[in-house]
Design a protein. Structure first.
Length: 500
């Protein structure tokens, strides 16, 4: 009997620890006493399903992520809320792992340091709704002080976040497929930021800065895109080379600078330009921008200080304008457009823009900058969540040219909202099934005709609690797509996320 009991006990203690899946509260009385313990457990036993670590207080780093068993699309890891501080930097260092998201987390430092570092083999790393700011400095160091340093990895997204300061607010010097979008960015003291590696997209951002030399685009920035941003740069000192964008990339790199506002104030009359180009180096495409170099030497330096007409004569910005964009309140960083802005409907309808800084859909002809002041096809999709099973779904302000539409759904909601390649979605089997097999019927939210009163989309769909309780635990991303006669694409809505 003793041998039997000993064998049973030995077997029990020999069983491997169970991998993580589910929601875990971090802090006193929670599943883990602190974030460090939670990361250690994740690294040791891995994840077998979606994992959420919920922070409620302040966690002291540094925290390093090197990878864990089971990492990937089927087992995303999300860290929500809380504040992360550290006396050793970077406070967050991601060198491995995949499908890791920080959501609504504040990352703080009182000195100008390298706050967040991403590199190595890390992939599908997202910061959304976060705050990451450090004091601005013009003094360099090693590593260079910045809110985000990306030296490697792939599919890195910084979305809907407020960050900046340092020598530069961010730097992409290695790795690939980086997106910085819908953020409020305070530029560093020397650079606003640096795009020095391939496949970096910078779009729909509000950028306020006093940086000397703006957003730097380097010689290795293949497929770099600066699309639909609103800049307000106020230089307290003077130099003939101060600018909002500084260009070192060849025209062969397939780069674009489209639909941006460059509103820049130089402290001394006759100093600086909106964009400075080294030698004969230029973007591949540059058009649909608004320039406003107050007290400047010209809109662009390209071997000489050029007026807009002189720059257009070289073949660039032929549809661009010059003038005050008339922001709502540039002094407070509110770079939305007023109703009399010259940027309204003056853009170039870039295919890389599907929504604006606030997630509202773009309406052709697009407004220049990060704010689309005219809104059509506004989708509202809400549920109480937590398995309640209720739904409110409406699609308003439909484009008058639309005759037919779909509400396309994807259950892949692991990425930053609206960043997918298919109308803002990351499509899955459900998406294609909806598009192909759903019949067009009045009131059918998945495939509907427009202009019929009393049913969706003329009337919102309202379902009571319990109607869809079977969907508890799932998360959907939804977008409305509208077509006209002959299935001509008319427009799309903003993207909405439903956490059932």
């Amino acid at each position: 009997m003793r041998r039997f009991l000993f064998a049973i006990l030995t077997l029990c203690f020999a069983l491997p620890a169970q991998s993580l899946a589910g929601n875990y509260t971090i802090g006193t009385g929670g599943a883990y006493p602190n974030l460090g313990a939670a990361i250690a457990a994740l690294t040791a036993v891995g994840a077998s399903g979606p994992v959420t670590f919920s922070l409620s207080g302040t966690e002291t780093g540094p925290f390093t992520f090197t990878g864990w068993p089971g990492q990937g699309l089927a087992a995303p890891v999300t860290i929500t809320g809380g504040t992360i501080t550290s006396t050793v930097y970077p406070a967050i260092n991601v060198t491995g792992g995949s499908h890791l998201t920080f959501n609504g987390t504040t990352i703080a430092a009182t000195t100008s340091v390298n706050l967040v570092a991403i590199g190595g083999t890390a992939s599908n790393i997202t910061f959304t709704g976060c705050t990451a700011t450090i004091p601005t400095t013009t003094a360099t160091a090693s590593p260079i002080p910045s809110a985000f340093q990306i030296t490697g990895g792939s599919f890195i997204t910084i979305s809907q976040s407020t960050f900046g300061g340092g020598y530069e607010a961010f730097a992409h010097t290695g790795g690939t497929d980086v997106i910085v979008e819908r953020c409020k960015i305070a530029g560093g003291g020397y650079w606003i930021g640096r795009m020095e590696a391939a496949n970096c997209t910078f779009r729909n951002n509000f950028v306020t800065a006093a940086a000397y030399y703006g957003l730097r685009v380097g010689a290795a920035a293949t497929n770099g895109r600066i699309i639909g941003n609103s800049f307000y740069v106020n230089h307290p000192t003077s130099s003939s080379q101060y600018c909002a964008v500084r260009w070192y990339g060849a025209t062969t790199l397939n780069t674009e600078v489209v639909d941006n506002i460059f509103h820049e104030i130089f402290g001394t009359p006759g100093t600086g330009v909106n964009m400075w180009c080294s030698g004969t180096l230029r973007p591949t495409i540059m058009n649909g921008n608004c320039f406003n170099p107050v007290n400047g030497l010209g809109v662009v330096y390209g071997g000489a200080n050029l007026t807009l007409a002189g720059w257009q004569a070289t073949g660039y910005d032929v549809n661009s304008i010059q003038g005050d964009p008339l922001y709502v309140n540039q002094a407070t960083g509110d770079l939305h457009l007023t109703a009399v802005s010259p940027c309204l409907s003056a853009g170039q309808n870039s295919p890389w823009l599907v929504d604006d800084h606030d997630g509202q859909p773009r309406v052709a002809p697009f407004d220049i900058g990060a704010d689309e002041a005219t809104i059509n096809n506004l989708l509202t999709a809400t549920t109480t969540g937590a398995g309640t099973g209720d739904l409110y779904l409406s699609l308003g302000l439909i484009d008058p040219l639309a005759t037919e539409g779909w509400c396309l759904v994807s259950t892949d909601a692991t990425h930053a909202l609206g960043t997918g390649p298919f109308f803002g979605l990351w499509p899955d089997a459900f998406t294609w099934s909806t598009l192909i097999s759903q019949p067009m019927l009045p009131g059918n939210p998945l495939h509907f005709p427009t202009g019929i009163g009393g049913v969706f989309p003329d009337t919102a769909i309202v379902l009571p609690p319990g109607a869809l309780s079977s969907l508890a635990g799932s998360t959907w991303d939804i977008v409305g797509v509208l077509v006209g006669p002959g299935l001509t694409f008319v427009g799309r809505s903003n993207t909405a996320r439903l956490a059932w």
